[in-house]
Design a binder for this molecule. Structure first.
Ligand SMILES: N[C@@H](CCC(=O)N[C@@H](CS)C(=O)NCC(=O)O)C(=O)O
Length: 204
């Protein structure tokens, strides 16, 4: 398989899952700052111009974080990254979707790239403020959801890999974080798979 990701981007969560399941893959870094996601070569992989993207052994390409994470967890069941049973599965998807579509796509995206949505500076400042507000309220929800547990769903799962990428951003941006989320991020960094992904992305 070929895994297309950008160092430190949301694709880090998928990189962690690939390492956790022991998949054989080549990491293809996509430089978002140089605009590689817009170039024809990458558009042939993912016409949406986004990472993560996973080109599988049959040549088909899977995109969107929740879909890739779910597929990897189900394809490599021995890794135990998705608890068994419908209720557990939908709770995992519920949490991952909240992380990706609310904390990331609404909160962090508005906060960091407001200029993509509005051209005038005043509007951008408003969007940034709204974005950081949504990001922080999302993290507060994550903190409540984790509580005193080690892992979000009780056992380690793809939801933890998703949570880690937004927490990594929070730390990078020096955002305030509840104690249990700081401890969770530190716990994640003790996992060999997480360290391996961070190292490959030049972040360890
Ligand atoms: N909904 C997508 C989000 C993917 C996404 O927004 N990726 C960002 C990096 S964190 C990206 O590729 N951005 C490039 C761009 O928007 O130009 C998913 O779940 O995979």
């Amino acid at each position: 398989m070929k895994f297309y990701g950008a160092p430190g981007a949301c694709s880090l969560g998928i990189h962690i899952v690939l390492e956790e399941v022991g998949a054989s893959y080549d990491f293809v870094p996509v430089d978002l700052f140089q605009g590689e996601q817009f170039r024809a070569e990458f558009r042939r992989v993912n016409a949406k111009g986004k990472v993560p993207a996973l080109s599988r052994d049959d040549g088909s390409v899977l995109t969107e974080f929740p879909a890739i994470a779910f597929w990897l967890a189900r394809t490599f069941p021995a890794a135990g990254l998705l608890p068994e049973g419908l209720e557990a599965e939908v709770r995992a998807l519920e949490l991952i979707d909240f992380i990706v579509s609310s904390i990331h796509m609404q909160g962090f995206t508005l906060a960091k790239v407001a200029q993509k949505f509005v051209t005038h500076e005043e509007g951008q400042a408003q969007l940034r403020e709204t974005g950081w507000g949504l990001f922080q309220s999302g993290l507060a929800r994550l903190s409540d959801r984790l509580g005193e547990k080690d892992w979000f769903l009780g056992t380690y799962s793809i939801a933890d890999a998703a949570a880690f990428y937004v927490l990594n951003w929070a730390e990078r941006e020096s955002r305030p974080l509840p104690d249990n989320l700081v401890a969770f991020a530190a716990r994640m960094r003790t996992r060999p798979a997480v360290l391996a992904a961070l190292q490959q992305e030049g972040l360890a």
